[in-house]
Design a protein around this ligand. Structure first.
Ligand code: ADP
Ligand code: ASP
Ligand code: MG
Length: 440
């Protein structure tokens, strides 16, 4: 059994949904198909939630009506028969009725999660109507019945495995399952989600849970490129990546994959393929346990980074000191991305500043602290970078006019990271593209 996940642009137009139906019926292997919301929908729902949160009922109503029109037009071209259109219309009505109700009740964070869930519920139900119209047998599996996260917002793979296998056992004869990406239930049983871009995470968790033969992530580009195609002019797809390399790229900003979606497939050793819905024959990228190729493979950038420097002439590097500093970040559930130390100072970076003022207060006894916002981590990822000739030379050559704030090298064999002011990001990615890959 395999998993195929289709992102927002892959289902964002009626003709794309038609293509998806062809792709999922092209081979006889049993499969679970994970769908995102139609492109633009989750952004629209985020805005609706924001309007509702500031009691801007008029604004929210207008946004809801615009989105509703979009769905009405969408089903006209998606479906041919009156019967199917009637069914789709009823589905759209039901979900927009819910959105209408939010204008009349009090706003809360949990209501917001319900709002955000509407996109994936709509896309899967409409796709199911289309499959039915085409006479393609399938079962719609509600993700809210098996996808769950714990009190720390971590997916519960064991629970997911149990619930999913129970559900699948009810449909022994079925070869095609459709389910929602992104949405799940939290520890309180409420509707929640796996954060933006979370459908990749759903696909990876489902693939790990059923021990799939492969987890295919179908998107709008032919695989992981060697650099960010939104910023750099010339980029090329990377044929192969190890799980470790892919995990680093995803975490450090390669938007094609959700930041933490690789661990489930890595844990269960399920290969992942990144494929292009618009160019199904392109090779894409294969992600598996090991990779034969060595050297730098791709560069990614993660913005919104905050650097914190803690200076202490007295205690630094006395044993136990670093632990005490890290404990402060642990207490406020704030992960640290990069660390560098010297005899008199420690610098760390975080990407979530929501607890910063409390963290700084607790760091006061350790010395003086300085905070720099607006930083970007640029990560150069590959296999055995450390042992690859001249890689460091090329990296520093590419960075010669950039005020590098921190360097992290040696933490893993797959990654060299540098911290730079975000204003230098585009120029840095472009220069490294030339120095490391000879691409201008
Ligand atoms: P989906 O809606 O299918 O989940 P996303 O927009 O989340 O698609 O991810 C695909 C996009 O990721 C591409 O269109 C591309 O602009 C962006 N992207 C950023 N970095 C990379 C990279 N290194 N390789 C490929 N795509 C990347
Ligand atoms: N629809 C969600 C989002 O836009 C999840 C996803 O597309 O992966 O973030
Ligand atoms: Mg995505």
């Amino acid at each position: 059994m395999k998993v195929m996940k289709f992102g927002g642009t892959s289902v964002g137009k009626p003709e794309r949904m038609h293509d998806v139906a062809k792709l999922i019926t092209a081979d006889p292997e049993k499969k679970i198909v994970v769908l995102s919301a139609l492109s633009g929908t989750t952004n629209a729902l985020v805005e609706i939630g924001q309007s509702a949160a500031r009691f801007d009922r008029e604004g929210a109503a207008e946004q809801i009506s615009r989105l509703s029109n979009h769905y009405h037009t969408f089903i006209e071209s998606l479906l041919a028969s009156d019967k199917a259109r009637e069914r789709a219309l009823a589905i759209v009505r039901e979900h927009f009725e819910f959105l209408g109700i939010i204008l009349r009740i009090s706003f809360s964070e949990s209501l917001n999660k319900d709002i955000l869930a509407q996109g994936e519920l709509l896309s899967t139900k409409l796709f199911s109507v289309y499959l039915e119209e085409q006479g393609i047998p399938h079962v719609l599996l509600p993700a809210l019945e098996f996808m769950s996260i714990d009190a720390e917002d971590e997916p519960q793979l064991d629970q997911i495995r149990l619930k999913l296998s129970d559900l699948l056992a009810r449909y022994q004869e079925t070869g095609l399952f459709i389910t929602q990406g992104y949405i799940c239930r939290n520890a309180k049983g409420e509707v929640d989600n796996l954060k933006r871009g979370g459908s990749d995470y759903t696909a990876s968790l489902v693939a790990a849970a059923i021990q799939a033969s492969v987890c295919e992530i179908w998107t709008d580009i032919d695989g992981m490129h060697n650099n960010d195609p939104r910023i750099v002019k010339k980029t090329v797809p990377v044929e192969q990546l190890s799980f470790d390399e892919a995990a680093e790229l995803a975490y450090f900003g390669a938007k094609i994959l959700h930041p933490t979606c690789i661990w489930p497939t890595r844990q269960q050793n399920v290969p992942v393929k990144l494929l292009n819905t618009m160019q199904p024959l392109a090779a894409g990228t294969v992600i598996q346990k090991t990779t034969s190729s060595k050297g730098a493979k791709a560069i990614a950038a993660k913005d919104g980074i905050i650097a914190i420097n803690i200076k202490s002439s007295r205690m630094l590097l006395a044993y136990g000191f670093l632990r005490k500093i890290f404990e402060v970040f642990e207490k406020y559930k704030t992960p640290i991305d990069m660390v560098t130390t010297s005899e008199v100072a420690v610098s760390v970076t975080i990407d979530n500043g929501s607890q910063l003022k409390y963290i700084l207060k607790e760091l006061e006894p350790f010395g003086t602290t300085e905070v720099e916002e607006g930083q970007t981590i640029v990560s150069i990822v590959g296999n055995q970078i450390a042992e690859t000739k001249n890689v460091l030379l090329k990296i520093f050559d590419g960075l010669s006019h950039v005020p590098v704030r921190m360097v992290s090298y040696g933490g893993s064999k797959h990654n060299v990271s540098v911290l730079i002011p975000s204003s230098y990001r585009n120029e840095t990615l472009q220069k490294l593209n030339l120095k490391l890959f000879g691409l201008e």
